[in-house]
Design a protein around this ligand. Structure first.
Ligand SMILES: [Zn+2]
Length: 440
């Protein structure tokens, strides 16, 4: 008897954990029920995917959806809508909102809010502070919590923990990997008087120099080894750190941002001014090349967008008053697919970085690979479609992207979350049915 499914994705080139195969995928009750569904299979809904690549749902493990915050800039409903338009099926959202997510009460609020307002699935970071160290071990096992996030230097007010003694106490509270923003705050503060308001935007990478990032990472690695607590170093941006972290594979995993793989100083500051300013900064060619080398040799575990929108007014202030952070959740997949088409990495490696990588680092349950029993999350892409990234396409209310005008080849044409088609050809479908991601 022919098998019957809720959804059948027929004839696409599937990126399976063991290689690419042209096959059909059957979905029942939000999960992958069959790989290689027969030609006689029937389904409530059929997507003809011949000529398309069927990827496991792509994850952006580093976004700032600013909610609660300024809805005119971004929010969970708008940011997750941007995510599904860009081919992302799950985002992991940072805690430095206003107020910040640092205790059980605010976490409970966000869990409920996300589950009624998100268009894709969500993981939630909880911020580590000096005050909440005693609660971190319990907070990190909360529903939907992907990790504790520690800003070890980045001037984010209460959320910053810059001294070794407090960092060690955080590492001794709990067991799951901690995600770090690694720049040495003391060095940043010491160097600030070397510069003045109105200096060129490229001063950003001179102020927040290579040594600020490398020193931060050396300090964290010493403490991670001492305490045995796994560390995920977010947005690694220097050749020095990428080389150094190869000797810490027992305790550390590595994120690189799409921005550091795509943009380069001085061009990014000449062309984009404040719209090129982020932390850690976009640097010169040596670091760009080291980042690609680290993607190719396996040093890098995950790729994120660090989607961090600000109003145009905040991005047009003089340096250093300009707000640091760039929009990116919607453009991550198109830009990465263009890198695949340019031969900088394989499609299989992109899937490793955006599915298996986040699943491995954060301990995601039931996502990150096309396999029977896993969540039916898919990103369908047309590797031959060429399109220009336009600001009119951006769903985040801030309305801008640092990739405006970039012509890319490779485009997400459908986003499917647990068997529900939530985006097809630029159209968002259904309602905000996102759930919290489960973690080990
Ligand atoms: Zn960030």
């Amino acid at each position: 008897m022919a098998a019957h499914f809720d959804l059948l994705i027929r004839g696409g080139t599937c990126v399976l954990p063991w290689g690419m195969e042209q096959t059909s995928v059957g979905v029942r009750q939000g999960r992958i029920a069959a790989l290689g569904a027969g030609a006689d299979a029937t389904a409530g809904q059929v997507i003809e995917a011949a000529g398309l690549h069927v990827l496991p749902g792509l994850i952006d493990p580093h976004v700032h959806l600013r909610d609660p915050g300024d809805k005119a800039v971004e929010s969970i409903p708008t940011g997750t809508r941007a995510a599904v338009l860009g081919g992302i099926t799950a985002v992991f959202d940072m805690p430095n909102t206003s107020p910040a997510i640092t205790d059980a009460e605010r976490l409970a609020w966000k869990q409920g809010y996300a589950e009624t307002n998100a268009w894709c699935d969500m993981g939630l970071y909880v911020g580590g502070t000096r005050a909440n160290i005693p609660e971190l071990a319990s907070l990190e096992t909360g529903r939907g919590v992907c990790a504790i996030k520690v800003f070890a230097g980045s001037s984010t007010g209460d959320l910053m923990i810059e001294d070794d003694e407090s960092l060690e106490r955080v590492m001794r509270a709990g067991r799951r990997p901690i995600a770090y923003h690694s720049e040495d705050e003391y060095r940043l503060q010491a160097r600030k008087p070397m510069f003045k308001s109105g200096d060129p935007y490229s001063r950003h990478m001179e102020w927040r120099d290579e040594e600020a990032a490398f020193l931060g990472t050396r300090r964290l690695m010493a403490l991670a080894r001492k305490t045995g607590r796994p560390a995920h170093i977010l947005h690694v941006s220097t050749a020095e750190e990428l080389d150094y972290l190869k000797d810490y594979r027992d305790i550390a995993t590595v994120e690189v941002l799409v921005n550091h793989l795509t943009q380069m100083a001085p061009d990014v500051y000449d062309r984009l001014k404040g719209y090129g300013v982020m932390n850690p900064p976009i640097r010169g060619q040596r670091h760009y090349e080291a980042s690609w080398a680290a993607v190719r040799d396996g040093t890098v575990d995950t790729i994120g967008s660090d989607h961090a929108p600000h109003s145009r007014a905040a991005k047009e202030r003089p340096w250093p008053e300009v707000a640091a952070g760039l929009t990116g959740v919607q453009t991550l997949v198109p830009v990465m697919l263009d890198h695949v088409n340019a031969g900088r990495l394989s499609l299989a490696r992109m899937v490793d970085l955006m599915c298996a990588g986040p699943a491995r680092v954060y301990g995601v349950v039931g996502k990150g690979r096309l396999a029977a029993g896993y969540d039916a999350d898919f990103t369908l892409v047309d590797m031959r479609r060429t399109r220009r990234i336009e600001e009119s396409w951006i769903a985040s209310p801030c309305g801008w992207t640092p990739f405006a005008g970039m012509q890319v080849t490779g485009w997400p044409v459908a986003t499917i979350v647990r068997g529900q088609v939530v985006m097809r050809e630029d159209e968002v479908l259904g309602g905000p049915a996102g759930r919290l991601v489960a973690f080990r």
